[in-house]
Each structure stands twice: as C-alpha cells, then as structure tokens.
Design a protein around this ligand. Structure first.
Ligand code: PAF
Length: 279
C-alpha cells in the first residue's frame, strides 16, 4: 500500500530524500473517488517519474455550492486500494486545516480563461482551483504534474498558472477516458440514477454529431443549436452551455479556421456533467 501522509512537513521530508537521490517526482492532484480516468494519469506519471504522489483533497475553495461539497464522494480506503497495484509511493491526503490554516489569506486568480463557461456558471471556482493547485505544487515540489483533458478549461488555467508564476513543474494533459458508451469518466457519474446513467451518453453523442457537421461545413451556430436540442430531447434537464471555443484561450469561434474545442455542461437527474472534444 502507498504511504498515506497528512501533513506538509512529513511530505517535504520524504520528497527531500527522493530529490537528494536525483529521482524525478510526479504528482497527480485529485479530489478522490478515483476511477479509471485518474488511474490513467497515475500510469502516465509512473512512465515519466521515479516517484509518484497522488494527492486526495476535496478542496472547499473550489465549490460555490455547499451542497455539492457536502455530497462529494469521499472514498479514501477504496482509493488507496486502487492505487496500491500501480506503484504509487505516497498518497497525500491532508485535512482542510493543513491546507488552509488559521490566517490563510492568499488567493491565486488566472484572468481571462477563468472567465467563461465553467467560470461563468461556477463563480470563484477557478480561483479555488488555481489556489489549491499552486499550493499542491509548492507542497509536493513535483517536477511533473498530470491532469485530465476531461476538465479542459481547468487544464488551460493550470498551464497558464504554471507558466505565469515560473513554477518548475511540467504540466501534462492526458486524454479523457470514456465508458464503452462514450460517457466521460467522472467521480460524479456515481451519483447518476440508473435512468440518468442510461441517458447520459447522449451528451457526448450530440457533441460528436455537431463536430462532424461543423467539419463538414455546417454553420457553428446551427450545429450548436441542434446539439442543445438533441441533448434536451434525450432527457437532460438543462444545458448550461454547449459552445465551440479556441482550444487554448477559449475564445468564441464562429467559423472553424484552426483546431478548436467544443465544451459542454448539462444537468441530468440533479447531476452536473461536463465534456469536451477536439474539433
Ligand atoms: O480536477 C480535480 O479533481 C480538482 O479540480 C483538482 C485539480 C484536484 C484541484 O482540487
């Protein structure tokens, strides 16, 4: 089983030993409730780095909805069992007061790309993400960090943060892992009822159809409107957004001239799902 550490001092001591031996350190930041998507990040880290840390911390600062924070699954024992066969060295699972001690006063905010899409629908979310990721990079002193492309906007925010603050960490975005029916793996999928789970792949299917249409010359606005209607007709309760954006800066794209990203967020049976694909 990987060692489970809960305080920064103990983590620093272990990491200092690895660094003294010239070993590269990789980190996979997570909020737990691990699935195959997370495990693929761990495998990528293991390929590049002699030592791998998985952090498990449900970050209160990135939840703008207290109910969502409360309901977020916490499954540390199961997570540790999943990580054991993968050769993870340390699970860093600090309590909130270790990450945000009395007097904590600093927030990290990445302007521009944090604004639209998730940023508009979850105010403050990316400030919470950027703050905790900057702290996790500082606490783990990792050389390499691995994030899923499933959270595309988060990946862009983290890459910008690392570049802007000259952090000595190489950020890698790994492919989204999907269920056989196309549903992107997510810790939130566990909260889908059987009925909602059966309908959920319609989001990815509608996005793929829209992407094919746009590549074939359909108007972006028409394709997006059709995709929204298709998702609602499939049984989703609400589509928060479904849009085509530039891949890195997430600016609106009305005509496909360069590689772009289609991003969506939609509610089904009280669960909020997000997805994105390359176009
Ligand atoms: O993607 C997540 O699980 C979280 O946003 C992260 C990167 C671990 C920060 O809390």
């Amino acid at each position: 089983m990987p060692r489970i550490l809960r305080d920064v001092a103990a983590l620093r001591e272990v990491v200092a030993g690895w660094k003294a031996a010239g070993e590269a350190v990789g980190v996979v930041p997570t909020m737990g409730a691990l699935h195959d998507g997370h495990l693929s990040l761990v495998r990528a880290a293991k390929q590049d780095c002699a030592r791998v840390i998985v952090t498990i911390f449900v970050n209160p600062k990135q939840f703008n909805n207290p109910d969502d924070l409360l309901k977020y699954p916490r499954t540390e024992a199961e997570d540790a069992a999943l990580l054991a066969p993968l050769g993870v060295d340390v699970i860093f699972a600090p309590p909130p007061e270790e990450v945000y001690p009395e007097g904590f006063a600093t927030m990290v905010s990445v302007a521009g790309i944090s604004g639209p899409l998730e940023g508009a629908h979850r105010p403050g979310h990316f400030d919470g993400v950027a703050t905790v990721v900057a702290k996790l990079f500082g606490m783990t002193q990792a050389d390499c960090a691995y994030f899923g492309q499933k959270d595309w906007q988060q990946l862009q925010v983290v890459q910008r943060l690392a570049a802007d603050l000259n952090l000595a960490v190489k950020v890698t975005g790994c492919e989204t892992i999907r269920e056989a029916d196309g549903l992107a793996m997510s810790s939130r999928n566990a909260r889908l009822s059987a009925e909602a789970r059966a309908k959920a792949p319609a989001l990815h299917a509608a996005m793929q159809r829209a992407a094919a249409g746009i590549r074939g010359g359909a108007l972006v606005s028409t394709a997006m409107k059709a995709a929204r209607a298709e998702v609602l007709a499939a049984g989703f309760d609400e589509v928060e957004y479904i849009e085509l954006r530039s891949a890195a800066m997430l600016e609106r794209v009305s005509t496909l001239k360069a590689p772009a990203r289609m991003l969506a967020a939609a509610m089904i049976g009280g669960v909020r799902l997000i997805d994105n694909i390359a176009v």
